[in-house]
Write a protein that binds this ligand. Structure first.
Ligand code: MN
Length: 349
């Protein structure tokens, strides 16, 4: 399998994180001019940035739709961190439809039976982590030269991406154990662990946990490209229901390569969505950046994830869904099309 693969030639519509919102997907594809089979009158083709699943009402339907589009040659798709969680059977908030189907869920969600799950797992395992061509790069979360170089060197028929991920994890823990580093981490855990999920805790910085978290992320090239660069935080901060010691890096600010990059993952929001999302998902990394502006040193980096994954919670809370959307960016035109029909031309920052 190829972890880093070639991106289609020709004009593309690159679709952001879908998170099980099948209706938004159908609406967006129709708005972009695709028929049911994913054919476009102008010969355009689709690219999905990953995170097809979890949180929304029908992850299996989204997987089937995207798989069919990929199999008939009208789309390419890369893995996001949510697909990796499925492949590793790693139970996380919003993915029990796959990892623990016996459990009650927050909202009504569609399940998948074991036969289809096996087939879907095999299909997901065929997907790359990075797509690239001369003028454009697509990753789920982060373009990092060293990580992509490592993954490119691993291209071959022998890897299951989930196994590769676990090998990186194991290698780090072995090294840390040998250095007696894990003893220090355990001491911190023994002292502070129950507090980590207590928002009222007068949080203490945990240097050993911070270093373990940072290296778990940064030593693993699969983590880097699917969930981004992280660095040791100045002090503990509360996000996503727990205290964190490492923070996300705005890698796009330093990006200075000629090739444009389109990515997803980071739950960007229109202004009026800020309150709804900020408690749940941590600081807005795009604070101060207009939602339809290019970013980076050369104005050629763009995040196309407009937080449609929050719709399920918003629906349940009776809040407006219009502040979150599913979007696609058209290349080379630089136009962003939202599922509700809004269209914006990208401008330079
Ligand atoms: Mn993601």
């Amino acid at each position: 399998m190829k972890l880093v693969d070639s991106l289609f030639d020709g004009p593309l519509d690159i679709v952001g994180d879908i998170h099980g919102e099948i209706d938004a997907l159908r609406q967006l594809l129709a708005g972009l001019g695709y028929d049911e089979a994913g054919n476009h009158p102008d010969g355009r083709r689709l690219v999905f940035v990953g995170d097809l699943v979890d949180r929304g009402p029908d992850s299996p339907a989204v997987l089937r739709a995207v798989r069919d589009l990929v199999n008939n040659g009208n789309a390419q798709c890369i893995l996001g961190n949510h697909e990796l969680n499925l492949l590793r059977d790693d139970e996380k908030h919003g993915n029990s439809w796959w990892t623990a189907p016996e459990k009650e869920t927050e909202h009504e969600v569609a399940r998948i039976d074991d036969v289809e799950k096996t087939a879907m797992r095999d299909w997901l395992e065929t997907l790359p982590l990075v797509l690239e061509r001369d003028d454009l790069r697509v990753v789920h979360a982060c373009w990092n030269d060293a990580a992509v170089e490592t993954l490119r060197a691993l291209n071959g028929p022998d890897y299951r991406v989930a196994d590769l991920y676990d090998e990186y994890q194991r290698a780090l823990y072995d090294e840390m154990a040998e250095l007696r580093f894990m003893n220090q981490v355990r001491k911190e855990w023994a002292q502070f662990m129950p507090k980590l999920e207590d928002p009222d805790w007068d949080a203490k910085f945990m240097p050993f946990k911070a270093e373990l978290d940072r290296r778990s992320q940064m030593d693993n090239p699969i983590s880097v490209v699917t969930s981004g660069e992280e660095e040791t935080a100045d002090k503990p901060f509360w996000a996503g229901g727990r205290w964190r010691m490492v923070s996300r890096v705005k890698w796009w600010e330093r990006y200075d390569d000629e090739q444009a990059v389109v990515f997803g993952h980071y739950w960007r929001r229109f202004k009026d969505a800020a309150i709804i999302l900020s408690d749940k998902y941590g600081p807005d990394l795009f604070d101060g950046v207009e939602p339809h502006h290019w970013m980076g040193q050369r104005n050629n980096v763009y995040c196309v994830d407009f937080s449609v994954g929050a719709r399920a919670s918003q629906r349940a809370a009776g809040e407006s869904e219009q502040v979150c959307s599913l979007a696609a960016v058209r290349w080379p035109e630089g136009e962003v099309v939202h599922d509700d029909g809004r269209r914006f031309m990208l401008e330079d920052t």
